[in-house]
Design a protein around this ligand. Structure first.
Ligand code: FES
Length: 255
């Protein structure tokens, strides 16, 4: 007699249960797969992000986020596209923090500290608490570049603030209510427009273009299709890279 198969067969899951985390987005609780970034977790939870997202690669500064971790009173900040979720996390995005952008013609401004104070007199309210530096997801020394801006040292500001992505998190925490990233931007523009040495060859080439020296070539390029242009671009002559001597090693060491 054939053996009867049991009807109560328990089917083993083909894949182990996914690990999950409970997070709280703007006060509402969601269970999402563990290991996601905040940005992906928000999308998984059903948020359709039309603000608060841009490059997804940590460059545009659109996804500033404030959060707290379970059992920790501290307020943390980060970029949603770069920060992983953790079980028990409370978070909200702040895609923009109020910081009016002044309008100016950079070529009509003087390249001194007085221009900074004209547009941003609040920089004098810096109490050197260093909160702006601590909160910066780019790890910039924000307080130091504000100090350099006060002194009109725009080269220093440009160096220290070069990687600013204008996420606005510094502005959100500053007790002096300074809009740091706008200060850095103005200083970098002043430095570029008034203080850096002019590229003579670039100016010469622009003059040549304006005089129509390359008009025929430009006309030809405009008639070419995309593939032909790409091919031409790939075949362009590239200047050989200059050999750079490493510190402590002369170029003749390998002789
Ligand atoms: S989306 Fe651009 S920095 Fe996060």
């Amino acid at each position: 007699m054939a053996r009867q198969e049991s009807l109560a067969v328990v089917k083993e899951p083909e894949t182990p249960a996914e690990e999950t985390a409970r997070i709280h987005i703007m006060g509402k609780s969601y269970v999402v797969p563990a290991g996601l970034t905040i940005l992906k977790a928000m999308e998984y939870a059903g948020y359709r992000l039309v603000r608060g997202v841009g490059c997804r690669g940590g460059f545009c500064g659109a996804c500033a986020t404030v959060y707290r971790k379970a059992g920790d009173f501290r307020l943390y900040v980060g970029l949603a596209c770069q920060t992983g979720i953790a079980d028990g996390m409370y978070l909200t995005q702040i895609p923009f923090y109020p910081a009016p952008k002044p309008l100016y013609d950079i070529h009509r401004l003087s390249a001194g500290g007085e221009t900074i104070f004209r547009f941003f007199p609040e920089v004098a309210r810096c109490i050197q608490c260093n909160t702006c530096t601590k909160v910066c997801p780019q790890g910039l020394d924000v307080m130091r570049y504000i100090a350099a801006a006060q002194q009109g040292d725009f080269k220093r500001v440009a160096e220290l603030s070069f990687d600013c992505i204008a996420c606005g998190l510094c502005v959100s925490r500053c007790p002096g209510e300074i809009a740091h990233y706008h200060v850095g931007l103005l200083a970098r523009r002043l430095y570029a427009a008034h203080l850096t040495p002019k590229a003579i060859h670039l100016r010469t080439r622009l003059g040549e273009i304006q005089e129509g020296r390359f008009s025929k070539e430009v006309e030809t390029f405009c008639k070419m299709d995309r593939q032909s242009l790409q091919r031409l671009y790939a075949q362009r002559a590239i200047e050989p890279e200059e050999e750079v001597a490493l510190p402590g090693k002369s170029n003749s060491d390998e002789d």
